[in-house]
Design a protein around this ligand. Structure first.
Ligand SMILES: Cc1ncc(COP(=O)(O)O)c(C=O)c1O
Length: 467
């Protein structure tokens, strides 16, 4: 190679330099456009800040440049307070699998509201829901709660109660809600994450006692060796492991073939239990969640989000041995609103009338349409990106390389996801905010036109960024 040839920039370098120049411009332009389009949202945000802490009802509703205030949703669409319509692929952080105001959900909720929403005594719907979850997820016994956080808290308590051990293992980059035991190494920054082969136990929030954080050991996704090492270093002390079987708080990271089955064997060999946190994957990865998809049935499964069809419902399922511990009263699983009639009526409608085999076939076809369309655009634009999907969920990963664990995810440039979110919003598609962490949800009410709008916005986005 001559000196002259060496000095010439390669086409990839050119393209990368162009993207570096374009990205900040796209973000600035689109953020300004959001503020222009949503004056009423701006007014709501200003008013809300006076009495609603941080101006939102949950800190993850804070978005840049401002929170999006919605007035209502119908079918596959949501509408902001300024009257803008969006194809809703946010899906309420993965809960709105039914879409919005689904006739079966409206009828079930209306009918139960007219007959009483709360007794703190069981109703027949709770049995029907438990039976259907048992059929779908392969675990025979179920109890109910109201949020994913509650469900995973019960699972951690149960693993400790049954084994009489205090330590648990969680995976770096998995989110399991906001109770103390799992608020460890959720999205640690490079400076606090520790070495890749020995992730640190990094508190995910202030307010978590160090003494509790020390009880949560941290493993690496798709790396059996990291779990083996922790079990060997703490013989007879690990109660069990909680894991998102498909990681869905780091984009989407799929388990490698055989990983989950071998994880279960490994933990059982150490008399420790395995919990799948299927709060996100639950009904969305498929009718029987990730357990159904992979054929690996753990000792405990946690569900929430989509199972209530838009109403706050969570569930904890277990093997007969695990749940005997609850039935006998050795572990008291309680809650005033657990299995409340409104939630159970909604969950029954969701499971029996909405999340049907026909609905999953329709979602599968829409997912293929989305994935094919996005991949076509990625190839045409020569963008270093790829698409990962599981059932109704999917995301664009802005990297040419596959991501197999949190460290790979950490290296992704979040500006792409934010710019993509803004461009979709401008084109009438509402993706979940929080960039590279989240993924889309296709509901039972989406159609081909919705997916085509999503792909067309993506095409505009790639052309603007790479142009
Ligand atoms: C995998 C997972 N588990 C648990 C939770 C907590 O659920 P909730 O927000 O209903 O408490 C979430 C929330 O996003 C989640 O993604």
């Amino acid at each position: 190679m001559t000196d002259q040839q060496q000095a010439e920039p390669r086409p990839e370098q050119d393209a990368s330099a162009r993207r570096e120049k374009n990205l900040p411009e796209v973000i600035a332009r689109e953020e300004a456009a959001v503020l222009r389009r949503q004056p009423e949202s701006s007014r709501m945000a200003a008013r809300a800040r006076q009495a609603l802490t941080g101006g939102v009802t949950s800190s993850w509703q804070i978005t840049v440049p401002q929170p999006i205030w919605l007035s209502h949703g119908h079918g596959s669409k949501v509408y902001d307070v300024d009257g803008n319509e969006y194809v809703d692929l946010h899906g309420g952080y993965g809960a709105a699998l039914a879409g919005h105001a689904h006739p079966a959900m409206v009828e079930a909720i209306r009918s139960q509201a007219g007959r009483g929403t709360h007794f703190a005594q069981p109703t027949e719907d709770a049995v029907a829901v438990a039976e259907e979850l048992a059929r779908r997820f392969g675990l025979p016994q179920w109890r109910f709660a109201n949020s994913g956080t509650e469900a995973t808290m019960e699972a951690v308590h149960l693993m400790r109660s049954i084994t009489g051990r205090d330590l648990i293992i969680k995976v770096e980059g998995c989110y399991h809600g906001h109770h103390d035991s799992v608020q460890v190494s959720v999205t640690p920054e490079p400076g606090e994450a520790g070495p890749a082969d020995r992730p640190a136990q990094a508190p995910a929030s202030s307010g978590i006692p160090a003494a509790i954080t020390r009880l949560t050991l941290v493993a690496t996704f798709n790396d059996l060796g990291s779990v083996e090492r922790l079990l060997a270093e703490h013989p007879g002390q690990v109660a069990g492991m909680i894991i998102e079987p498909v990681m869905m708080n780091a984009g989407i990271i799929l388990p490698e073939p055989g990983y989950l089955a071998r994880l279960k064997e490994l933990l059982h060999a150490h008399s420790a239990l395995l919990t799948f946190d299927e709060v996100k994957t639950g009904l969305t990865a498929g009718p029987g969640g990730a357990a159904g998809l992979t054929g690996v049935v753990p000792d405990i499964i946690c569900l929430a989000k989509a199972i209530g069809g838009g109403v706050a419902v969570a569930a904890v399922g277990g093997t007969a041995e695990v749940m005997a511990h609850v039935a006998s009263g050795e572990y008291e699983m309680v809650g005033t609103f657990s299995g409340n009639p409104l939630g159970m009526a909604a969950a029954r409608a969701m499971l029996c009338e909405v999340a049907t085999p026909a609905a999953y076939r329709r979602i599968d076809a829409l997912r293929s349409r989305a994935v094919d369309g996005l991949e076509r655009e990625i190839a045409a634009a020569g963008l270093p990106a790829h698409v990962v999907s599981a059932g109704a969920k999917g995301c664009v990963v802005f990297s040419g390389r596959p991501v197999r664990d949190y460290r790979g995810f950490l290296g992704l440039d979040d500006r792409y996801s934010h710019a993509h979110w803004l461009c979709q919003l401008g084109g009438g598609v509402f993706l979940p905010p929080w960039g590279k962490i989240e993924q889309w949800l296709i509901s039972v009410q989406h159609d081909e036109a919705d997916i085509d709008r999503f792909i067309s916005n993506f095409t505009d986005f790639t052309r603007t960024v790479t142009g």
